[in-house]
Design a protein around this ligand. Structure first.
Ligand SMILES: C[S@@+](CC[C@H](N)C(=O)[O-])C[C@H]1O[C@@H](n2cnc3c(N)ncnc32)[C@H](O)[C@@H]1O
Length: 274
């Protein structure tokens, strides 16, 4: 069956975002060589290190569009996407309860990110509730801030955040969500690190964040996100890049979607030298 496309031209994987456990997610992502969370991991670790250097010893990190706690699993199991695909792929006969218990036991054995509280936000209740039950995420926000303001309980959770991270989420999520995140606590604006597909760009979000007192820089480098899911996706994405004046030669033309890393920090944050 052909992979459906979103109106953006990117392939849609909505079916695997809403399963009771992560098995199909990792199996499908392995087929596509989805690797952006793994490439992002050392940059997120670096942001946490810099937060600590700035005096936030026990930071709270919010992963938006966290799905089944993918970035949390990479950081807390200190592992790779390939190993996670093996981990979930070797249990075809297991039920959700068994997978949850296995993840809990693994976390009890190893903690690759001590002293950090990880919160995940996603529109998929199945995905966030798996990650929470498994212990990958300490807290979750099941919300769509594109569509509505957070509830008071959600706002309180979001107000505790020191660093917002994302992989594969900008595009689904816009300046609307990030504006609502920042508004959750006017006295404590979080740093941000977002990996963003080149076809989406970050200009509108950076402009909104600038109005809220942030400075955004694009980090050097281009990061492979995944292989194209179909020829139709390739064609649409190349058309979008061309229309946006982005030269895809030697990058997307070779069969991969590419992302940039954008780092945003409050301008008045004295530790924000980037
Ligand atoms: C491509 S997946 C990325 C998952 C994970 N971050 C990763 O890199 O493996 C995109 C995720 O964004 C979520 N999402 C879509 N719209 C959203 C919204 N408005 N707010 C929060 N999450 C959203 C989807 O449910 C899905 O889990």
């Amino acid at each position: 069956m052909p992979v459906p496309l979103h109106t953006t031209g990117k392939a849609s994987f909505d079916d695997i975002y809403h399963r009771p456990d992560p098995r199909e997610y990792y199996a499908r992502m392995r087929e596509l060589n989805y690797r952006i969370p793994e490439l992002a991991k050392p940059f997120f670790q670096q942001q946490i290190k810099e937060l600590r250097a700035a005096g936030v010893e026990h930071p709270t990190v919010l992963d938006i569009g966290c799905s089944y706690g993918v970035n949390a699993a990479l950081l807390r199991f200190d592992t790779t996407m390939s190993e996670l695909a093996d981990h979930y792929g070797d249990s075809a006969d297991a039920d959700r309860h068994t997978l949850v218990a296995r993840d809990q036991a693994r976390l009890a054995d190893c903690e690759g990110l001590p002293g950090v509280r990880l919160v995940g936000m996603d529109v998929s209740h199945d995905a966030v509730s798996y990650a929470h039950a498994a212990g990958l995420l300490h807290d979750i926000v099941h919300a769509d801030l594109e569509a509505a303001e957070p509830t008071e309980a959600q706002r309180r959770t979001l107000a505790s955040v020191d660093l917002v991270i994302s992989t594969g989420c900008i595009g689904y999520v816009t300046e609307k969500t990030l504006g609502r995140l920042v508004a959750a606590n006017p006295d404590r604006r979080p740093w941000m690190a977002h990996f963003v597909l080149r076809m989406f760009g970050f200009d509108d979000i950076a402009a909104q964040l600038a109005e809220l007192g942030y400075r955004t820089v694009r980090a050097p480098g281009l990061f492979e996100q995944r292989r194209f899911a179909s020829d139709a996706e390739r064609t649409q994405v190349l058309n979008t890049l061309a229309a946006n004046g982005i030269d895809a030669t030697g990058c997307e033309t070779d069969g991969w979607l590419y992302a940039n890393l954008y780092l945003s920090r409050p301008i008045d944050d004295h530790e924000a030298e980037q």
